[in-house]
Design a binder for this molecule. Structure first.
Ligand code: GAP
Length: 431
């Protein structure tokens, strides 16, 4: 019961404070679509920036890419998605609603709605790719919104090899939108129809032992990334896919799962795709020694929206008299809030404005002069702002401000000329 409350509280906080809104809400919404508000877009951008920094900028063996969302439909034929990117569905014969037959909890929940157990059809498979039609005259060209961002990387494998200095082993990283015609979107943003992925396709020699080593390396790296950004280690685990649940392209796969209020849930997959993709697209690589072969692929595939949801859930803290989001400062939408002690004292506002304008050049900063200090702390805690800076009457004399820490609520007096360095050191301190 408590668990469900947390989920409801996060959904409510996300809407009330501008993280996540239901998509096209004024027309009744659209199942599986969500809009990110002023704070949500910052959180998501911060997650993506940290991912890109770790996966691209800090490495010599990874380059980035931004491929088109819509591709030639032949891509999806060759990749196997037209045939195998499916979910097994059953239909309730009483109300004709459809559910995934591999999710017994959802089925049981639906049965409860009817009171007595309804009859179900036998499972049938449905393709998850979303169709789009291009052109203005008939017949229009049918293709698909990408169901995984991955295929765009394979489409550009040879372009990247020919136009850069990469040599196997190397990776191509990408972040972008993917679309799936999910039959039962739900659990807030967890299962959406439009979502964002952050993926690395790492190309290796076709060698079983070596590729398994690289698979293990990436698995650990990805878990560490979440922990370093503050996720509770105790709420994370790996789960290996059984043979009958692996995607059509995977030789083997493991998920990183988070202990969400709705149960252990996958939010990143590490997949050994073997030679499936480059083999299907008939793409090869020539080594410096002139040996031509089909590289194998190790993939790390994370969901930006699921990461954002789990970072929010994980950060949600209820104190005695406050709720606060203990987000890692790197992920927090605003790093600093600046207040004048009193909003009606011109000299305080003027001084606070100069502090605000100066910090704004270096960090994402918010100005707040509503209500009293206590209310402002409360409001900033709820959105996870790590540091609140107050300009008071003493500041006019001693050139210092009060900096209040979100997690400890402790206050420190810091000289204005050292403030930016103070924030910068805290922000970049590895924990
Ligand atoms: N390229 C491999 C791939 O797409 P996946 O396990 O199907 O693998 C990877 O998806 C990640 O994408 C998931 O772990 C999840 O975080 C995210 N994802 C998948 N379907 C999603 C959905 N319907 N809504 C939100 N995120 C989704």
């Amino acid at each position: 019961m408590i668990i469900i409350e947390t989920m409801d509280e996060i959904v409510s906080l996300a809407k009330r404070r501008g993280f996540i809104y239901p998509g096209s809400e004024i027309y009744g919404g659209l199942a599986g679509f969500w809009d990110y508000g002023p704070l949500g877009v910052e959180l998501k951008n911060n997650i993506k920036r940290e991912w890109w920094r770790k996966m691209v900028y800090e490495r010599e063996d990874v380059v980035g890419l931004d491929a088109a969302i819509i591709m030639n439909p032949e891509v999806w034929k060759a990749s196997g998605h037209l045939e195998a990117f499916t979910d097994p569905l059953v239909e309730c014969k009483a109300c004709h609603k459809r559910f995934r037959s591999d999710k017994p909890e959802t089925i049981k929940e639906h049965e409860k709605e009817h009171g007595k157990k309804p009859e179900w059809t036998t499972p049938k498979t449905f393709n998850l790719l979303t169709e789009v039609y291009l052109g203005t005259t008939e017949p229009k060209q049918k293709t698909y919104l990408r169901g995984e961002i991955t295929q765009g990387v394979f489409m550009n494998f040879s372009n990247v090899v020919d136009s850069t200095r990469v040599k196997i082993p190397f990776g191509i990283a990408q972040i972008g939108k993917a679309f799936r015609n999910e039959i039962t979107p739900g659990n807030f943003t967890y299962r959406s129809r439009e979502f964002e992925q952050m993926e690395l396709e790492y190309f290796v020699k076709p060698d079983a032992k070596e590729s398994e080593k690289i698979f293990k390396y990436w698995k650990e790296e990805r878990l560490k990334w979440y922990v370093r950004l503050g996720m509770d280690k105790e709420k994370l685990r790996f789960r290996e896919h059984a043979a009958d649940e692996r995607a059509h392209y995977a030789r083997f796969a493991e998920d990183i799962e988070y202990q969400a209020p709705f149960g252990w849930s996958e939010f990143e997959g590490i997949h050994h795709r073997g030679e499936w993709d480059l083999g299907r697209h008939k793409l090869t690589y020539k080594s410096d020694e002139g040996k031509e072969y089909t590289p194998w692929v190790i993939e790390t595939s994370g969901g930006v929206d699921r990461a954002a949801l789990f970072f929010l859930l994980d950060a949600y803290q209820k104190g005695k008299d406050r709720v606060y989001l203990k987000l890692h400062p790197k992920l927090a939408p605003y790093k600093v809030a600046v207040f004048p002690l009193l909003a009606n004292k011109e000299e305080l506002v003027k001084k606070a404005r100069t502090v605000y304008e100066d910090l704004k050049k270096k960090f994402v900063v918010v100005w707040d002069d509503r209500g009293n200090i206590g209310k402002r702390y409360f409001a900033q805690d709820e959105i996870g702002t790590p540091w609140c800076v107050t300009v008071d009457f003493d500041s006019l004399e001693d050139g210092a401000v009060t900096v209040r820490d979100r997690d400890t609520t402790k206050q420190e007096r810091i000289s204005i000329d050292k403030l930016a360095t103070y924030i910068d050191n805290k922000l970049n301190a590895e924990n």
